[in-house]
Design a protein around this ligand. Sequence first.
Ligand code: HGY
Ligand code: MN
Ligand code: MN
Length: 416
Amino acid sequence: MSKIASNLQIDSARLWDTIHETAKFGATPKGGVRRLTLGPEDKQVRDWFREACETAGLEVHVDALGSMFGLRRGRDMTKPPVGLGSHLDTQPTGGKYDGVLGTLAALEVVRTLNDAGIETETPLCICNWTNEEGSRFAPATMASAAYAGEYTTDNILARKDATGVTVGEALDGIGYRGSEAVGARKFGAFVELHIEQGPLLEAEHKTIGVVDRGQGIIWYDGKITGFESHAGTTPMPLRRDALAALSEIVLAVERIAKAHGPNAVGTVGEAVIAAPSRNVIPGEIAFTTDIRSPNSETLEAIDRELREAMAGIAARRRVEIGFEAIWRKPPTIFNPKLVDAVENSTKALGYSHRRITSGAGHDACNLATVVPAAMIFVPCKDGVSHNELEDATQADCTAGANVLMHTVLALAGVAS
Ligand code: HGY
Ligand code: MN
Ligand code: MN
């Protein structure tokens, strides 16, 4: 690699300004970002991203699920591009860095290579994957999962949000239902930079997480059917209280996840009483459950034990409990050669680092099933994410973007 390329550093101030410039799309009073996928704020950031890519000389393409691709030409256009990027949608109580750092660092890599006049051997392709978060439409990482062949495009287009709007309608609503077939754009490799969203790097004073694995995930949609009745006249032993049953389910999820600790986790993140009223015993509740573990056998054991616990709760409380697994993501093993490339770039740049398993799901975990993929983590303050307090330092974001750039240069090759 040329001397220029090997000493290249991204423009730290420009990356930092870019992250904070886009944070205005969906900015919340508490300093977070609420940018639900395919909503008006997502359209704003997508339009911004498209313009920034075009200004950086990229050809912008959009696929049938709205995922965006900015292609930077390489010397040999017959070779598949190295992909880099993440997502720009956020959780309802999201922060400025989840997904955003990886997508905008990819843009910064292109801007830096442009400034340095560096041409790579293979093309590069920066990516903004639709709906990584899975908050408005389930499952999470749906567009990259469809890209990897886990779902058909039509299956995803028909997914509905809580108000009954489909993915297809939402894409049309913001003008991002592209013409490109999902999965048609091939990559030679894919690298994603992301905040860790956990406490390890900060606690160990490490700048870079070299991600070699990702947890397995199972998502469930649950429904409890009891019996609405008068809060004043129904004796306690005669009640079929759906909310009391859910309370036992929540504690069972916590107990069973802890029993499979220290890495297994379980969460009931949503619960909606069908017809809530202060003086009516809840008769019907919809709820969701998210369980994770780096180990497939542990996931299956938790699934079995949850169903056993629910059968007991249903019998004792004379309620019906429906519990459907709607998404199963096996644990991810990232490509060892790419993981080594991340580690080598990190060492060459002199950053402290450690190998790490991703507790969160990411688009790279789907890409890893069809193309060599790897991830780079940087710390976030107190390990907090999916919270408006999410924070990271300019130095760590810069370090992550430098590792991303040098890993991509090692994979793509430098032509001039
Ligand atoms: O849920 C996840 O792991 C990701 O942050 N959407
Ligand atoms: Mn993310
Ligand atoms: Mn997230």
